[in-house]
Design a protein around this ligand. Structure first.
Ligand code: PLP
Length: 424
């Protein structure tokens, strides 16, 4: 049996322990929701204040040159590239994940229409994050294509000669299950199918190597494990093989080869720059850079590989302690036990009261979240994200202790915990 003392020792021996000092961790809180909104980096308020008071407040329009504003999407993109196995100049931080997905999916459809016009299908997972499916559905309507949704175990068999694009999220938001990007991409390519990978729950959470996997297109989120702040710019990567082949449809002036030539016609910039649309939010990009820097802060200690090792240790411990200490309370595990199949979150199921249990935990300062089931294969879920940059082993112990008490006392049955809020 693991004890709290064991957890304390593991924190003391953790080489990544001091990285939590880079964060403004709220007091009396165990924050297990960095997979929805990462904790604020300590550097962010000062940096944002500097952009506001100095760069905007004093230098105004000169800041585009003087403070490198115009280069910010590429500068932050280059930092993100180091976390996802992309090269310098191949990533831009810009717009939202949804908007970037629209761009890359459109570009992929253009390539498919040119190279394999008989292929009219996009395949994705039924439990993919809804915005990804909505964007794909809308584009399919526009392009006379068909969106086919399958379960994870059906993906291999769905890769047929009718399929143009396989669009997947690397780590599933609902279950925390992770695909083997290289294997799945190779299987798609063997059938002549392009791949689009959403890294929303991967970037900064698990090692990703887009180039080694030979992925075609990728997008990801800035406000989850990259700690970029609410509504932070997202990012987009396109394999250099494809980057110059087609325009993306949001052909705004920031994607033009010479925006300040002000020509009436569009000439796309080479490479990833054409995936920018219009003027970018400098205050948000500055905050995002602080967030990305917190992840890069792990580089001297082994980088993403070290973060991954700690993340697996944390999620293993959580699963073990829940099973040891909360047995008999009807909890199930929706997240794969096998390391290779697991992201950086653990999802528990319960037939009754999942929402209220999460609310009772939040009242105790243990912040997780709840995702409703689909009435079928997916049950209601209590979701806990483990960001190895700032979560420790004693945090895991304490979170499970609270969960145990909430279940044993039945306090989750109180009416105030059963009131649904707009955001769950
Ligand atoms: C969080 C998340 C998004 C978020 O998209 P926004 O455009 O930022 O709202 C998209 N896709 C996936 C898979 C996500 O997990």
């Amino acid at each position: 049996m693991t004890t709290k003392e064991d957890c304390l020792q593991r924190d003391i021996q953790d080489p990544l322990r001091d990285l939590r000092d880079e964060f403004n961790l709220p007091v009396d809180t165990i924050y297990l929701d960095g997979n929805s909104l990462g904790v604020m980096p300590r550097a962010a308020p000062g940096r944002v204040a500097q952009v506001v008071t100095q760069e905007w407040g004093t230098d105004l329009i000169q800041s585009w040159n003087k403070h490198g504003w115009f280069q910010m999407p590429g500068k932050v993109g280059d930092k993100i590239a180091r976390l996802i196995g992309a090269g310098p100049g191949e990533v831009v931080a810009t717009d939202s994940t949804s908007v970037n997905l629209f761009k890359v999916l459109s570009a992929a459809m253009n390539i498919a229409a040119a190279d394999a016009p008989q292929r009219k299908r996009i395949v994705s997972e039924r439990s993919n994050f809804p915005t990804d499916l909505y964007i794909a559905e809308a584009l399919c309507k526009q392009h006379g294509m068909e969106l086919v949704l399958v379960e994870p175990e059906e993906i291999a068999a769905s890769l047929t000669a009718e399929v143009a694009i396989l669009m997947l999220t690397h780590v599933n938001y609902r279950t925390g299950a992770m695909h083997d990007m290289a294997t799945v991409t190779a299987a798609a390519h063997a059938e002549g199918i392009l791949t689009v990978w959403d890294l929303a729950h991967s970037a900064g959470a698990v090692p990703v190597d887009l180039k080694k996997a030979k992925a075609d297109f990728s997008v990801g989120c800035g406000y989850k494990y990259l700690n970029g702040g609410p509504g932070a710019p997202a990012f987009v990567w396109v394999n250099p093989l494809h980057a110059d082949r087609f325009w993306q449809p949001l052909a705004g002036w920031w994607g033009h080869a010479a925006p300040f030539a002000f020509t009436p016609d569009y000439q796309p910039a080479p490479g990833i720059t054409r995936y920018q649309c219009g003027t970018q939010p400098m205050i948000s990009l500055a905050a995002l850079e602080c967030g990305v820097d917190t992840v890069l802060g792990a580089e001297p200690f082994g980088g993403m590989a070290a973060l991954r090792a700690k993340s697996l240790a944390l999620t293993d411990l959580f699963i073990q302690l829940v099973e040891e200490r909360c047995a008999g309370h009807g909890l199930g595990l929706a997240t794969p036990r096998e390391h290779a199949l697991r992201g950086s979150q653990v999802c528990l199921t319960r037939d009754e009261g999942a929402y209220a249990i999460v609310q009772a935990l939040i009242a105790r300062g243990v912040i997780g979240d709840y995702r409703a089931g689909d009435g079928g294969r997916h049950k209601d879920i209590l979701r806990f994200g483990f960001t190895p940059l700032y979560i420790g082993f004693v945090d895991v112990w304490n979170a499970v202790e609270h969960l145990k008490q909430v279940l044993e006392s039945g306090e989750w049955k109180r009416p105030e915990f059963n009131q649904k809020h707009a955001v769950t």
